[in-house]
Design a binder for this molecule. Structure first.
Ligand code: TRP
Ligand code: SF4
Length: 400
């Protein structure tokens, strides 16, 4: 029985902020307790758009890992690594590029969207066109079952699924496949063999997906089968040949509702962020200078929380009782805005204090940070090499 595997990556683009924490990292921290998780720094993906200014990428990568650890990603539970330190990703990317139709890449919606959005930059490059293919290699090389991503990345996961299917269909028919399937079937007991054959028939005749799921569960639970036999039978079940690459599913990360300092969504490009390693003085200053209800110019003017960006932060950082009192105070001009902001400041500081402490421990001891990433890279490489052995052999490259 193999546990489902979670994989996700993030491009190193600068200090992470509360939007990343509430949107992505909190979710990773939850997942690491539920599944074996792999989290990696997508530094090659950063190069696809930053090829003209690569010097900051390495430092940004280390900083990002510190931010992850600060936010509670636990290296004892999750595997943390850097994409470019597992060059097997590049080999899989290359091999898959042989059988990836150009039209598939050109039709991925982010291709044109990003070119338009980053209009000042020449993105008519080979590397940028291959962005989704590189992402597919990242996912498929770990046979990941679950990929937590934001909505914008869903087309990339769909692309990955189609590619895996094409790959299995094209290369899954190893020599002697039929005989090998027979041999593997012979290792099931007669009751399991009968239900497996029934489920296969059901799927092949009526496309019943439930039958596939049950067939795969039956294989997964069967301790007598080797990894190869299980994959061969999974391929037989779906009629694709041996299943070499696993079609991943995605876990949609709900869009972060984290508001920034100006009421828009928190985002680096809006310059409205509070970073995870911001000092308490900076946090205090930033919140104290936040704009409030524009109609509350003077302390004596009554306000309306609905018009105030600070109020959105109250939804994240204070409780119902506090909010009722402060809302009343705002509408009656009973309190001033600085007074109203204080509980938000306190809430943010309370959230950030343990993060700053953890981050400090890693910046004080860079050797420890490097050791964590080194160990993660080694673990990831071993998994990646496993898949590459099968891929090379399926593509006729197993020089022995
Ligand atoms: N493209 C992703 C993003 O920008 C990052 C990424 C690269 C990724 N490879 C991945 C995410 C593999 C999940 C799985 O957010
Ligand atoms: Fe905003 Fe609070 Fe000032 Fe009202 S009292 S305007 S909610 S900061």
């Amino acid at each position: 029985m193999f546990a489902e595997r979670v994989l996700s990556g993030m491009r190193p683009t600068g200090a992470l902020h509360l939007g990343h924490y509430h949107g992505v990292l909190k979710n990773w921290v939850k997942l690491q307790g539920e599944y074996p998780c792999l989290f990696f720094v997508a530094d090659w993906h950063a190069l696809t758009t930053n090829y003209d200014n690569p010097q900051g990428i390495e430092q940004a990568s280390w900083d990002m890992v510190v931010d992850w650890l600060a936010a509670g990603v636990d290296p004892e539970q999750a595997t943390i690594f850097i994409q470019s330190k597992v060059p097997e990703h590049a080999e899989l990317h290359l091999l898959m590029s042989m059988m990836t139709p150009l039209g598939w890449l050109e039709r991925v919606p982010t291709y044109k969207d990003q070119q338009e959005k980053l209009a000042g930059k020449d993105l008519t490059t080979y590397g940028f066109l291959g962005y989704p293919l590189l992402m597919s290699a990242d996912i498929l090389i770990y046979r990941a079952d679950k990929v937590p991503v934001g909505e914008d990345q869903i087309p990339h996961v769909e692309f990955t699924r189609e590619l895996a299917r094409r790959f299995n269909h094209m290369y899954g028919r190893e020599p002697g496949f039929a005989e090998k399937v027979e041999a593997a079937l012979a290792r099931l007991n007669s009751k399991n063999r009968r239900s497996f054959n029934d489920l296969r028939k059901r799927f092949q005749e009526s496309g019943d997906k439930e039958a596939v799921a049950r067939g795969k569960a039956l294989l997964a639970e069967n301790e007598a089968l080797t990894h190869d036999e299980r994959e061969r039978l999974a391929g037989h079940l779906e009629g694709t040949g041996k299943m070499i690459l696993v079609e991943p599913g995605y876990l949609l990360t709900p869009e972060s509702k984290m508001p920034g300092l100006d009421g828009q969504k928190m985002s680096k490009s809006y310059h409205n962020t509070i970073t995870l390693r911001e000092t308490p003085e900076e946090v205090t200053r930033k919140v104290r200078t936040m704009p409030t209800d524009p109609q509350r110019a003077r302390r004596t003017d009554p306000g309306d929380p609905a018009r105030c960006p600070v109020w959105q932060l109250h939804q994240v950082y204070t409780d119902e009782t506090t909010r009722t009192a402060l809302g009343e105070g705002c509408r009656t001009a009973g309190i001033g805005c600085l007074e109203c902001k204080q509980p938000v400041i306190d809430g943010i500081l309370r959230e950030l204090a343990p993060m700053r402490e953890r981050a400090q421990a890693y910046t004080d001891d860079p050797a420890r940070l490097r050791a964590i990433v080194e160990a993660g890279c080694d673990k990831a490489r071993a998994l990646a090499q496993d898949t590459m052995r099968d891929v090379r052999s399926a593509m006729g490259l197993n020089y022995r």
